[in-house]
Design a binder for this molecule. Structure first.
Ligand SMILES: [Zn+2]
Ligand SMILES: [Zn+2]
Length: 360
């Protein structure tokens, strides 16, 4: 029987490469061969023991190739699947029977991660994307990757790109709006590009100059660095100046709690503040609720996304090939054997965004 290998984290800080028989997909499911798997901030959080999950098959960002589509002949947009087709996968599931799914809030499905947190000793083993193969459950959405898209350009489409697109949509960003993006990491760069395509004027705030340079390359109109504006009050004043008194929409993509009260002061009365970056329970902040109420600022936390944002994201990449520097998104690649190194380098911030690339 054919086997494959996967990277299992038995406890934070350690990774074991394990070998299992390849599972025979059940009806509606699909086995893919991993081409590339992105190392996301939340994988690093798990590895660094800063996440509630303590043991898991690592990885959720993926681009893979269809092996045998007989159990799932089409993607979630109805396109026929063939062996060898490149696909992207919504990494969480919509069970369709919980209270949230029944009410149409499928992104809040109560069983969204059940497939992922299962032990790799149990069928179907390949529940995370750091491995030679990945098992797409029947309640996970899958989309074909357009032919002109490089796998590394799209490896974070199912996480960062789709997530930030859902946030920009929630904020109702439209042509002529001013948008502040706090954080020019993976989420931020996608955020800049998507907001620009919607016709917004985009201001990016970050502490690191080379990240701001990348944001410029993705279309940012203005940047505000911590060097030029070291105090929160300076940054707020600068952003208000650049946005004629405050932005229409702001997105928090830093994962730093203190960015939230700062960002809320960067928007105009009646504006929307989209919270995406802080996803670890236990981050506490102090908010000036009086200022928020007087200015009628709305905070929308956004977690996970409707599958249409992944399909739209893949099409977004496809039509921007040659126009946006997608090769800047991943700055280090590792073979599966070096997964521990990839995690340690990511944790130590020696690399911005790593990806595992499977050789065959
Ligand atoms: Zn991710
Ligand atoms: Zn559900």
């Amino acid at each position: 029987m054919a086997t494959g290998r996967l990277a299992y984290m038995p406890k934070p800080g350690s990774v074991e490469l394990r070998e299992y028989d390849l599972p025979t997909p059940r009806p509606g499911a699909l086995l893919i061969e991993t081409v590339a798997a992105g190392v996301c901030g939340s994988d690093v959080h798990m590895f660094a023991d800063k996440h509630p999950l303590k043991s898991i098959v690592l990885g959720h960002e993926v681009i893979g190739r269809v092996v045998d589509p007989s159990t799932r002949p089409t993607d979630s947009a109805g396109q026929e699947l063939h062996p060898g087709d490149l696909v992207s996968v919504v990494y969480f599931a919509f069970c369709q029977h919980c209270r949230q799914c029944q009410a149409g809030r499928t992104h809040l499905c109560e069983n969204s991660y059940n497939h992922w947190i299962a032990s790799p000793d149990d069928f179907p083993h390949f529940t995370g994307t750091f491995g030679t193969h990945y098992y797409v459950g029947r309640f996970q959405h899958v989309f074909k990757v357009p032919g002109n898209v490089d796998p590394l350009a799209a490896v974070s489409a199912n996480c960062a790109l789709a997530q930030v697109s859902a946030g920009i949509d929630r904020g109702g960003v439209t042509a002529g709006d001013t948008v502040v993006i706090q954080g020019a990491g993976g989420l931020g760069l996608w955020g800049v590009a998507v907001a620009k395509e919607r016709g917004a004027h985009v201001v990016v705030v970050d502490a690191v100059q080379r990240r701001l340079d990348a944001a410029k390359a993705f279309g940012a109109d203005e940047t505000v660095s911590f060097d030029e504006a070291p105090e929160a009050a300076d940054r707020i004043a600068r952003v208000r100046e650049l946005t004629d008194g405050g932005a229409d929409v702001a997105l928090e993509l830093t994962g730093v709690g203190s960015a939230v009260p700062e960002g809320i002061e960067m928007v105009r009365p009646g504006a929307t503040y989209i919270e995406i970056g802080n996803v670890m329970p236990g981050v506490e902040i102090t908010l000036d609720i009086g200022s928020m109420t007087r200015r009628a600022v709305t905070i929308h936390p956004v977690i996970r996304y409707h599958q249409r944002f992944l399909k739209a994201g893949l099409e977004f990449i496809s039509r921007n090939v040659g126009r946006l520097p997608f090769d800047k998104l991943v700055d280090a690649t590792y073979p599966l054997d070096d997964v521990l190194q990839a995690m340690e380098d990511s944790k130590a911030r020696k690399v911005n965004r790593a990806a595992l690339v499977m050789d065959r």
